[in-house]
Design a protein around this ligand. Structure first.
Ligand code: UFG
Length: 335
């Protein structure tokens, strides 16, 4: 028996592969390498001692999925594959809808045909939209503010409709807050292409001298220091949340959505200061205008994950920022 990870060589997928292998699961990865590298497969082997089965495959291609299901005994799918840059989704909406919706539909259709009924999906806190009050709870109304967020919301709706129509399915939407850090080995981590969109990868590149300074997007939000507040979670904690969801899905049915966060928010300036303190480097920054679409505060109510999965994040900001910098130095040294 094995778990299929679509997008399994990506940032969150690769850390989840490590967690699953360490817990004794067989892992099959399907990834088209559009935003990752095949060398990650070997790095997963170096960390765990076991190489996952790897297919270079675009999961929109049903024939490739059929082959993977025919050649492996797939008990569940964790669907990471998808485009994820919010800004790009605004300028290329058709590309985002086509890619993200087609891949989810193709995976679910193949699963239904094959009688594989456990589906875990990389959703996002972005589905809480602009109008809810923090902390975000899973039963709050959903909305989206950009095409990327709309694809997450639509796929959650597809999962709900499928579970209503076919009660044998168990579909779990994991709503990620802000994953940061990397595996403590420094062998896998996030590898942004071009200018990083996200805060910690940007800080890492300032620390390593690739970028001159950080632009802090707004200091006039309704938060303690005026800068945006987010719920940063260590990527290995996030990966462990997938393991907990796998266990949950083995004897549950129907649709459920679960927040994966720490329940604690930090501001941009708190992140900068913590990075400087933990890693002993200076991060020059400049206050710049707000980024369109950003909200003031985003953090999770983590009660449901604790009650349903028996899971909670264990690592703190120091671990996240130390491991992020360790990865950045390893990565730039090997390039
Ligand atoms: N920020 C800066 N400068 C930067 C980058 C970010 O000041 O160069 C600030 C942002 O304004 C925000 C905070 O740092 O206040 C975090 O920004 P990120 O881009 O790292 O993360 P977001 O919370 O904006 O977005 C993340 C994911 C999205 C997802 C969203 C859901 O990247 O995919 O969480 O809540 F949709």
């Amino acid at each position: 028996m094995a778990v299929l990870l679509t997008g399994g060589t990506g940032y969150i997928g690769s850390h989840t592969a490590v967690e699953l292998i360490n817990a004794g699961y067989g892992v099959v990865i399907a990834d088209d390498l559009s935003n990752s590298e095949e060398s990650v497969v070997d790095r997963i082997r170096m960390i765990t001692g076991t190489a996952p089965v790897f297919y270079r495959a675009d999961v929109k291609d049903r024939s490739k999925l059929e082959k993977i299901f025919a050649e492996n005994d797939i008990e569940a799918v964790i669907h990471f594959a998808g485009f994820k840059a919010v800004g790009e989704s605004v300028s290329e909406p058709l590309m985002y809808y086509r890619n993200n919706l087609d891949s989810a539909l193709s995976v679910l259709e193949t699963m239904k045909e094959r009688g594989c009924t456990r589906f875990i999906f990389s959703s996002s806190a972005t589905v809480y939209g602009m109008h809810n009050q923090v902390p975000f709870r899973e039963d709050m109304p959903r909305s989206s503010t950009n095409p990327y967020g709309s694809t997450k919301l639509m796929i959650e709706m597809i999962m709900e409709d499928l579970c209503t129509a076919d009660p044998s399915f168990c579909c779990v939407a994991l709503r990620y807050f802000n994953p940061v850090g990397a595996h403590p080995s420094g062998l896998i981590g996030e590898k942004p292409s071009g200018v990083p969109n996200n805060l910690t990868p940007y800080i890492q590149q300032v620390a390593s001298g690739i970028r001159e300074k950080l632009y802090v997007f707004g200091d006039d939000y309704d938060t303690p220091d005026g800068t945006g507040v987010r719920d940063y979670i260590h990527v290995t904690d996030l990966a462990a949340g997938h393991l907990a969801a796998m266990k949950y899905s083995s004897d549950s049915r129907g649709f459920t959505a679960v927040n994966l966060g720490t329940g604690r928010g930090y501001s941009v300036l708190e992140m900068v200061r913590a990075f400087e303190k933990v890693n002993g480097v200076k991060i020059p920054y400049e206050i710049s205008p707000r980024r369109p679409g950003d909200i003031a505060s985003c953090y999770a109510d983590v009660t449901k994950a604790r009650e349903l999965f028996g899971w909670e994040a264990g690592k703190g900001l120091e671990d996240m920022l130390r491991d992020a910098w360790n990865w950045e130095r390893n990565r730039t040294a090997s390039e």
